[in-house]
Ligand binder design. Sequence first.
Ligand SMILES: Nc1ncnc2c1ncn2[C@@H]1O[C@H](COP(=O)(O)OP(=O)(O)OP(=O)(O)O)[C@@H](O)[C@H]1O
Length: 574
Amino acid sequence: MQILTPHLRHYRGAIVGAVITIIIAAACTLIQPRMLQYILDSLLKNDRQAMFRDSIILILLAVIGVIAGILNVYFAAKIAQGTTSDLRAQTYRKIQSFSLSNIEKFSAGTLVVRLINDMNQVLNIVMTTFMQILRIPIMMVGAFVMGIVTMPRFWWVQIVMLVAVAGVIVLTFPKLGKLFDGFQKNLDQSNMIAKEALQGIRVVKSFNQQEREAKNYDAVSDQMNTLNIKIGYMFSTLFPAFFLVCDAGITLVIYLVGKNIVNAPGELAAITSYIGYLMQLLFTLAFGGMTMAMYARGFISLGRIKEVLETKPDLTFDPNAPKQALSGDVEFDDVSFAYPNAKDETLKHVSFKVKQGETIGIIGATGSGKSTLAQLMTRLYDPTAGTVKVGGVDLKHVNESSLRKAVALVLQKALLFSGTIADNLRQGDRKATPTDFKWATDIAQASEFVEQYTDLYEHQVEERSANLSGGQKQRLSIARGVVRKPKVLILDDSTSALDARSEKKVKEALEQKLNDTTLFIIAEKIFSVMDADRILVLDQGEVKAFDTHEKLLETSELYREIYQTQRAKGGEAK
Ligand SMILES: Nc1ncnc2c1ncn2[C@@H]1O[C@H](COP(=O)(O)OP(=O)(O)OP(=O)(O)O)[C@@H](O)[C@H]1O
C-alpha cells in the first residue's frame, strides 16, 4: 500500500469527504433497527404521537443514509481514479527509464498487463477501501454493541457466529490468493501470445500458422479457464457458507426468544431490533469476506506494480554529467559484452579508434555482433568490460542528452510510430522545422514519395506503419536519424529494403551533406561498404581486421573470402 501513499496525499479533501460520508451512512444504518424497536414499542403501547415522530425520524435517517452513500461513492471514485491514474503515469515513466535488459527480463507483454489489468485491480481496491474499509469495522463493532445492548443475554450467539465466519475466511482465503496469482500469470502469457500473433499476422497467415497459434492460445486459455472455475467454485461455496451461518443464528434467536414471547410480549420489539442487528453483523461479515477476496487479488496486482517500481534501471545516466557538444570521434577500448542471461560473450576484446568524419563499414556474418556493437555506441547497453568513448568521453559518465544529440542509430528494423510523418521526424529533433524535414527527407530519398501526399509531412502514419512499404519505412527512419545532424550516424543494415539506385543516392547525399559526420554502415553485403574509408571485419564477436578495402583484400583472408564468395554470387552488380 505504501506505493499508493504519496499519490493519496493529493486527494486529502476527497479522503476527508469519503470518511465523513461513510461514518454518516454507517451511523444512519446502525440507528435504524433501534428506531424500529421504538416504533414497535409505541405501537404495542398505542402511543400514536411517539410512533409518528419515530417513523419520521426513521425515514429521515434512511434519506440521510442514502445521500451520504451517494456522496461516498463520488468521493471514493474521485480518489480511486486519481490515484490510479497517477500511479499508472509513475509506472509508465519508470518503464521508460528501464534499460533494454530490464525490459527483456520482465518481457514487454507482462509490462502491458501490469499497466492495464493490474492497474484496474488497484483501482478496485482503492475504491473499495474508501467505500467499505471504514464501514466494515464501524458496522461490525456498532452492530455487535447495539445487539448486546438490545438483548444482553444473547451476547454469546454473536460470538459463536463471528467465530464461525472467521473460520470460513481463514480456511478459504490463502487458497484464493494462490489462485488469483496463477490467474494473473496466465493472463500475462495469453496477452504475450495474442500480441505476438497479431503483430506478426502476415507471417502467421503466409505460413498458414493460424491453427498452431490458435492451439497455443487455447492451451493458455484452458489453464485460465480451469483457474477461473476453481475461483468460481470457491466463491460458490463461500457465500452459501456465510449465509448458512447467518440464517442459523437468526433461527436460533427466534427459537430461544419465541419460547418466552407469550410470557413477555414486550420483547417482540427488542427481538425485531436484535434480528436487525444480527443481520447487519452477519451481512457485514459476509461483505467483508467478499471485500477481502477482492483485496487478495488487488494486493497481488499491487505487488506486481511495486516490483516494477522497485526495479532499479540497470543502466542510468549521471544527472550531474555536464552537457557538452561531443565530437564524432569514437573509441572502443578492449570492449567485451555478454547479454544478460547469456552464457557466452557476444563481443570479445573489441578495440578500434575512429576520427570524426570518417565513413566506416562494419561487416561480418549474421550473428557476428554488428548490431550489438551499434547498441553499445548508443549506450543501449553498457559493456561488460572495457570502455566505449564518443567525443573522448566514456559513455558511463556522459550526459544523456549530449549523447543523444551526438549519436543517431537507424535500426535494422524500421519502426515508425502512429501519428504524422512530421511527428516521427520530430523524434529525431524536437525543434525540427518543415525546412529541416525537407533537408532530411531529401538525403534519405524520401521526398519523392512524401511530396506525392497532398498533406506532405502531415500525412498520417498508421499503427505499425501499415500504410507504408518496407522501403518507405526505411527511408523515413533514415530521415529521422539525419534530421538532428548527428556527429555520429549508424546505419544498421538500414538500406536493405532500398533498391541499388536509391541506396547509392542516400550514401552520396550523406557524404555531401553530412561530410563532417562519422558514418558507420553496418552490412552483410560487402558491396554496401567497400567504398567506406575503412572497414571493420567482425567474426564471432572479435575484430579480425580493420583497414581500407584494398588493404583488406591483401591482408585479410576472411575479408578476401567474403568478397570472393559474394562477387561469385553476382553481388557486385548491385
Ligand atoms: N537481446 C538479446 N539477448 C540475448 N542475445 C542476443 C540479443 N540480441 C542479440 N543476441 C545474440 O547476440 C549475437 C549477436 O547478435 P547481433 O544482432 O549483434 O548480430 P549481427 O551481426 O547484427 O547479426 P545480423 O547481421 O543477423 O543482424 C547473436 O548470437 C544473437 O543471438
